[in-house]
Design a binder for this molecule. Structure first.
Ligand SMILES: NC(=O)c1ccc[n+]([C@@H]2O[C@H](COP(=O)([O-])OP(=O)(O)OC[C@H]3O[C@@H](n4cnc5c(N)ncnc54)[C@H](OP(=O)(O)O)[C@@H]3O)[C@@H](O)[C@H]2O)c1
Length: 480
């Protein structure tokens, strides 16, 4: 059973809290996962009375659970959920907040602070918590969850780390990448290490290359300002896709303890070969979506038309080639790609096997982990087409669903909030992982920033741009 604690949610009136965190906490409460005495202190920068906040929670839940929810749980949930206004013009705001939280009769002194605020506020809030002695562990454990992104490049990540580590040790810091809370990603380690059929062939002797893909049909929508300052490489590859790669390629940890799992991921990410300065154009590719047709949406605008600045060189498509310098993966290219406004949406890890050294010609063998929307594992093998022609071969797909009707459905954020209050860091990033990820991505961003030339365009609703194939190591390779 999880120890009693107080979850303090900063940014409770923000988008993430409304859409994911508060409904997620409700769902955890409904399924009996929250300790009985646990309080949730929601902190926002606007005032709300108790009744107003209760009504806001109701609206969030009505929106999320359209088919209804348990009224008894609702009563229990609002009883444990208190609101505190941290008014920006009140210099005493944090003092008042500290005094409130120190009331042991109301709040367990084990504090889990979830900072669902803008990245520029992370360090400031940690300083303010420390000033009020709210991070002092002599009265109970204190943990701080930092939302993504942790820095916008290596330098800013190091600075943020320097700032928060004045008050917190590594065991207290929970850096989120919410993909790690997805059950389909947790399944990768189990599939790899609980089945003896994969491990012997999971190496450069048998694997030709790996493709890790995240494609969306959605465009940038109303997030143009955020997106234009970020781009596809920073938004998706810097953390989500590199983490997927780490889980797919890391060595088996000594144990499945959080420290051992993270130690292996760190080793893997630190073994990424840096790209040579004259190789950027064959190791990284970027493009932008142009106007086109999207199924279900009809005609859509191109990225540059959606922006006020028509000269933007921010990519909405990014693909990179990675080599891992260790004995297992020597010479195996790993392709990471992500895009908006493609003809289909989906996240998967596709592992292509080498052609067997036999008399039968061209073969196409894959193992695919589908992460979303479907959660499944498939194997594609070459088989003979029934009939008289012995030379006619085809690809046969064996697919096993990892999620079937009736399976429990837990949102990634729910898993991670439960991890936070239970003290399990295995699905959170160690600072060394974050640094290794920026170390790989930064030089590409810098190269692209200096280049400033007009980007390749791809028609919205199409598949990968033809020119993205420039990063393939071998002409026989193709995007799945
Ligand atoms: N939304 C998503 O789906 C998503 C996905 C991945 C990561 N994230 C990350 O999650 C974080 C939150 O995202 P968001 O979309 O929810 O942002 P948001 O809508 O801007 O919400 C942030 C909230 O934090 C409040 N805030 C700032 N300082 C505060 C303080 N000292 N005390 C209490 N509240 C404070 C802000 O209040 P004011 O409005 O008064 O300033 C605002 O309501 C960001 O770091 C983002 O990068 C979000």
């Amino acid at each position: 059973m999880v120890e009693n604690s107080t979850l303090v949610l900063f940014g409770a009136k923000g988008n993430l809290a409304r859409v994911k965190l508060i409904p997620g906490l409700f769902h955890l409460d409904e399924s009996g996962q929250l300790p009985e005495g646990m309080k949730i202190l929601s902190v926002g920068r606007q005032s709300s009375t108790k009744d107003e906040w209760e009504n806001e929670i109701k609206q969030m839940l009505d929106k999320k659970f359209k088919s209804g929810y348990c009224k008894e749980t609702f009563k229990r949930f609002v009883a444990r959920n208190l609101y505190h206004a941290n008014l920006p013009d009140d210099p005493e705001a944090f003092k008042k907040f500290g005094r409130k939280l120190n009331d042991k009769n109301v709040f367990s002194q084990n504090f889990a602070f979830f900072l669902s605020v803008r990245p520029t506020d992370f360090a400031l809030i940690v300083d303010q918590l420390a000033n009020e002695s709210l991070l002092d562990q002599s009265t109970g454990w204190k943990r701080v969850l930092i939302e993504k992104p942790f820095g916008t490049n290596l330098e800013s990540a190091i600075n943020l780390q320097k700032s928060i580590s004045k008050h917190l040790n590594e065991e207290q810091i929970y850096r989120i990448d919410h993909y790690l809370g997805k059950s389909a990603l947790q399944n990768i380690l189990v599939t790899r290490f609980a089945n003896s059929i994969l491990e012997p062939i999971w190496n450069s002797n048998y694997i030709d290359h790996i493709q890790i893909t995240n494609h969306e049909m959605l465009g940038v929508g109303d997030r143009t300002v955020f997106y234009d300052a970020t781009g596809a490489l920073r938004d998706m590859i810097q953390s989500h896709l590199l983490q997927m790669m780490a889980l797919t390629t890391m060595e088996q940890p000594k144990s499945f303890s959080p420290n051992d799992i993270r130690a292996e991921k760190i080793k893997l990410l630190e073994s990424i070969r840096p790209i040579d300065t004259d190789e950027f154009d064959t190791h990284a590719f970027r493009a932008q979506y142009a106007a086109g047709e999207i199924k279900g949406e009809g005609r859509v605008d191109g990225y540059l038309n959606e922006l006020e600045s028509k000269g933007s060189v921010t990519e909405t498509y990014a693909a990179v080639k990675i080599f891992i310098d260790n004995p297992r993966w020597n010479g195996v290219p790993i392709y990471l790609r992500t895009a908006k406004r493609l003809h289909e949406s989906g996240t998967n890890i596709s592992v292509k096997f080498k052609n067997a050294d036999t008399l039968i010609g061209d073969k196409n063998n894959w193992i695919i982990f589908n992460i979303q929307p479907k959660e499944s594992t498939s194997i594609e093998i070459t088989t003979k087409t029934p009939g008289l022609n012995d030379d006619e071969l085809r690809s046969t797909r064996l697919e096993g669903l990892n999620r079937v009707e009736g399976d429990e459905s837990i949102d990634a954020y729910e898993t991670l909030m439960l991890d936070l209050i239970s003290g399990n860091q295995s699905r959170f990033l160690h600072v060394d992982e974050v640094k290794a990820q920026w170390r790989f991505v930064d030089p590409i961003i810098n190269y692209w920033t200096q280049k400033k030339e007009k980007l390749d365009q791809y028609v919205s609703g199409s598949s990968d741009p033809e020119s993205s194939k420039v990063i393939f190591e071998d002409p026989s390779q193709f995007w799945r």
